[in-house]
Ligand binder design. Structure first.
Ligand code: HEC
Length: 143
């Protein structure tokens, strides 16, 4: 699992020969990668928290937008881009099997969206917490 830590994956593993479709990952594997990275970032790390992730997802962080502004307060529901009104597929893996199956895609959008909402990149802990929350949201939005 450690070899699949996101940055390593982007730098090396995803470009490895034969990676192809086999490089597709599961949400749980991505969450494991974020947990490992969070442990490295902070010795006091004590695990990912879906509750903390939910709070992070639903809050504005001093700006106009929260994650829910585009992905809606129910991440199992289709979203709508707050600026362009473009339709967005649901973010919760239970409602959208394509979500969190690519480290590169997850990292690209975490980076862009965290900058838009929080004004900086998210930490590994924040990304892992949000993912833990999204993995708990059922296809119907129930938790
Ligand atoms: C201004 C609108 C907007 C906001 C606010 C927003 N997102 Fe997104 N998000 C998008 C768009 C657009 C995409 C890419 C299209 C798609 O995948 O549906 C996306 C995709 C993602 C993905 C890609 C997941 C995957 O594997 O496909 C993640 C992760 C994500 N957003 C997390 C977040 C988080 C966390 C926040 C809050 C910090 C957030 N987003 C706030 C618009 C937004």
């Amino acid at each position: 699992m450690s070899r699949w830590f996101p940055m390593t994956c982007i730098a090396l593993a995803c470009l490895a020969p034969g990676a192809g479709p086999a490089s597709a990952q599961s949400p749980a594997a991505l969450a494991g990668g974020y947990a490992e990275a969070a442990r490295r970032e902070s010795p006091g790390f004590s695990g990912l928290s879906a509750a903390r992730g939910e709070k992070f997802f639903q809050s504005t962080h001093g700006g106009d937008w929260s994650c829910a502004s585009c992905h809606t307060a129910n991440p199992a529901a289709p979203g709508r881009h707050a600026r362009t009104a473009k339709a967005l597929a649901p973010l919760a893996p239970a409602a959208n099997a394509e979500r969190f199956t690519s480290v590169a895609t997850a990292e690209k959008w975490f980076k862009r969206n965290c900058n838009d909402v929080v004004g900086r990149e998210c930490t590994a802990q924040e990304k892992g917490d949000v993912l833990a929350y999204l993995m708990q949201v059922g296809a119907g939005g129930a938790r």
